[in-house]
Design a binder for this molecule. Structure first.
Ligand SMILES: C[S@@+](CC[C@H](N)C(=O)[O-])C[C@H]1O[C@@H](n2cnc3c(N)ncnc32)[C@H](O)[C@@H]1O
Length: 352
């Protein structure tokens, strides 16, 4: 296996290589141009050098791109917006590095601030596989759920029941929702049954560094991290942001381990299944936080009964190509893999 990128130059190069297969030809080509600028000691070197000791892990190349995208989305960089489909522009495969660098030169203050902003996405596409899991829980224990989300980012997945899902065999949710998942999301011959109509009684969410999408600035931050030629994701995120303004969910600022211990200290409440869930979060947690989450779940699970079940539903990477949707159920503590799914939520292979 190739060594992980260590230097800023390697980080930009690896990011350029990985963008293509991950669906952004625009960023793939742009990063190749920015890599040449870096090697020539241009503006890219000025802004990316010295930002992080771990330039690849901290995705500093994506911070740079997101800062420009943010300016384009806000109307402050028409020179770039005209190329970015997310801003109503068109991109036909042409070289845009010079336009990008002109925007950098004209917005030094914004780029200095942007290089300090962590890359953070809240992928609405993951709702389809999570909803499949919630529907399974409802079919086993009854429709009423209390949900607790760890690493919620902006809380868009905690609003999963505001979206619409149709596997082709069954469906769930609000058909007039601006966010819908059609049968193409479920690719296996067997599909989850969505007919059990799960209903959320209490929902709570937390993140170590939440994005407040009740503000225009928070919504812009969220959009800026999506790649500008991935229009389907941009449109889905925009629709979810509209729903979010109509249906507020508070995302508490807290470490997952400390927060879960506090929430479950009150005990499992009768009349609902308690579901702790998360997606693409586990790799970001320190050992102490992971241990705290497991310890809290095991302790609460030991007190769970058939009428106050505790469920741990999570979508987390299983291989470099796919994530698993796993469910642990208390009483008992049985663990099962419900589905395989792509990291952004597409290609759900239901395994039951
Ligand atoms: C890749 S994002 C995933 C966000 C969301 N779950 C999704 O699927 O779109 C990982 C999230 O984990 C959060 N996070 C990282 N460390 C955390 C911690 N110790 N406690 C709580 N959240 C944490 C980050 O702030 C970020 O929002």
């Amino acid at each position: 296996m190739a060594d992980p990128p260590v230097t800023v130059e390697q980080a930009i190069e690896s990011q350029a290589v990985s963008c293509g297969p991950n669906g952004s030809a625009l960023y793939g080509l742009l990063l190749t141009g920015l890599l040449a600028d870096y090697r020539n000691g241009g503006l890219t070197a000025e802004f990316l050098d010295g930002v992080s000791a771990k330039p690849w892990n901290d995705a500093i190349a994506l911070r740079y791109l997101a800062t420009a995208h943010r300016l384009a989305l806000s109307g402050a960089a028409p020179r770039l917006a005209r190329h970015y489909p997310s801003c109503g522009g068109r991109w036909g495969g042409d070289e845009i590095t010079d336009d990008f660098l002109t925007v950098v030169a004209e917005n030094r203050t914004e780029f200095r601030a942007g290089m300090r902003r962590n890359v953070q996405t809240n992928e609405v596409g993951r709702a389809a596989v999570l909803a499949s899991g919630f529907a399974l829980i409802a079919s086993r224990f009854g429709p009423v759920l209390d949900t607790l989300e760890l690493g919620s980012s902006a809380g868009l997945l905690s609003r999963w029941d505001r979206y619409h899902y149709a596997t082709g065999d069954s469906g769930f949710g609000d058909e007039s929702s601006g966010v819908g998942f059609d049968p193409s999301w479920w690719v296996s011959p067997t599909k989850p049954g969505l007919g059990s109509q799960p209903r959320v009684r209490n929902r709570s969410a937390s993140d170590i560094s939440p994005i407040d999408i009740s503000t225009a600035d928070g919504r812009l931050t969220m959009l800026s991290f999506v790649w500008p030629d991935q229009l389907e994701r941009v449109d889905r995120l925009r629709a979810a942001l509209v729903i979010a303004t109509e249906f507020p969910v508070r995302v508490e600022q807290a470490d997952a381990g400390e927060w879960l211990a506090r929430r479950l200290a009150e005990g499992l409440r009768p009349g609902a299944s308690t579901v702790v869930f998360h997606s693409i979060v586990w790799q970001y947690l320190g050992r102490a936080t992971k241990d705290a989450v497991r310890t809290t779940l095991n302790a609460a699970g030991a007190l769970a009964r058939q009428d106050t079940p505790l469920l741990w539903l999570r979508m987390e990477p299983a291989t470099t190509a796919h994530a698993d949707l796993r469910l642990t159920t208390w009483p008992g503590g049985d663990d099962e893999v419900l589905a395989n799914v792509g990291y952004h939520g597409a290609g759900i292979r239901w395994l039951l």
